[in-house]
Write a protein that binds this ligand. Structure first.
Ligand SMILES: NC(=O)CCC(=O)C(=O)O
Length: 304
């Protein structure tokens, strides 16, 4: 268990304010990544759908084609902005998510792109669990009207730090993903997300803290800033939680960058004090990480 994280580092979550102008959103995101890197962050996270407003009506208009990789700048300006700013700042960049279009199958996905400090694409994650909910009088949302679901669990081995799990927003409600990643030795799980003003107050912090507590790992959830003029009111409250389920940092609703020191010794300390990690009874119930799990194709870093 010791040494899941190779060395401590500063994590930044950018609670970005995005609007209808994609080029402006990309330029703004770039400037915020540079700001976070100047403040000492070596891993930086953007929110879900950072290049557009969030909503089913926007997915086709803002979608980009990222395969074959690398895509042309025309096909995916977001891919190129993320790659170049990761290289410029020499940081690991979890590029929130963007709507992805696959012309061959005419499918759209909600896809996260992760770049390393050289600007190389390290991994992608397509949202596995689509946000289809209906809370009468409060919120109805059906991503599956437009999007197709991803079909892979994403764990990324970052050469400088170790493994992180990655999933998108509604995926957080399915604890299996974080549990699989933790059992495969991830030290942190990252969720770019965009909860709303109904489900956010109910469950955002609870989900983040539950995933951290269940697995005794760090959890980061990065939201867009709230825009009351937009059709979808993001909750905000980007946060980082430690392996003891304590909130290390939390934004309010407005645009902000929040930072947290990620130190692996907290994982060991937590697991030593409350040793659930070694007390599991796989003679009584199955280990979700050893069943039939579909992982990302690690050789290409791109989902097939
Ligand atoms: N973008 C999303 O997946 C939203 C998920 C959400 O709000 C939730 O309550 O879950």
């Amino acid at each position: 268990m010791a040494g899941l994280l190779k060395k401590p580092f500063k994590l930044a979550l950018i609670q970005l304010a995005s609007g209808g102008d994609k080029a402006a959103n990309l330029a703004h995101a770039r400037s915020k990544v540079v700001e976070a890197a100047k403040a000492g962050a070596s891993m930086i996270v953007l929110p879900e759908c950072f290049n557009s407003p969030y909503g089913c009506q926007y997915f086709p208009k803002y979608a980009e084609t990222i395969l074959p990789s690398p895509p042309s700048k025309e096909k995916s300006p977001s891919w190129h902005m993320l790659s170049s700013v990761a290289a410029e700042t020499k940081t690991y960049l979890v590029g929130g998510s963007i709507p992805e279009y696959v012309p061959e199958t005419k499918e759209y996905f909600n896809t996260s792109l992760v770049f390393g400090p050289s600007g190389k694409l390290l991994a992608t994650h397509r949202k596995v669990h689509l946000f289809d909910i209906d809370i009468p009088g409060k919120i109805k949302f059906k991503e599956s009207d437009v999007l197709s679901p991803g079909n892979k669990v994403t764990i990324i081995d970052l050469p400088d730090y170790g493994k992180i799990g990655l999933a998108i927003c509604y995926d957080v409600r399915f604890p299996e993903l974080a549990m699989i990643a933790a059992r495969k030795d991830a030290f942190m799980f990252v969720y770019p997300g965009a909860f709303n003003t109904t489900t956010g107050p109910m469950h955002w912090s609870l989900q983040a803290r539950a995933r951290a507590m269940d697995n005794q790992i760090f959890v980061a959830m990065c939201s867009p800033a709230r825009d009351m003029e937009a059709s979808y009111h993001a909750y905000g409250h980007s946060m980082v939680v430690n392996p003891n389920a304590e909130v290390l940092t939390e934004a309010e609703e407005h645009e902000d960058i929040v930072y947290a020191e990620i130190d692996g010794s907290k994982i060991e300390e937590t697991r030593k004090g409350i040793p659930i990690y070694t007390q599991r009874r796989f003679d009584v119930y199955p280990d979700v990480s050893t069943g039939k799990v579909r992982f990302e194709d690690e050789s290409s870093g791109v989902q097939s």
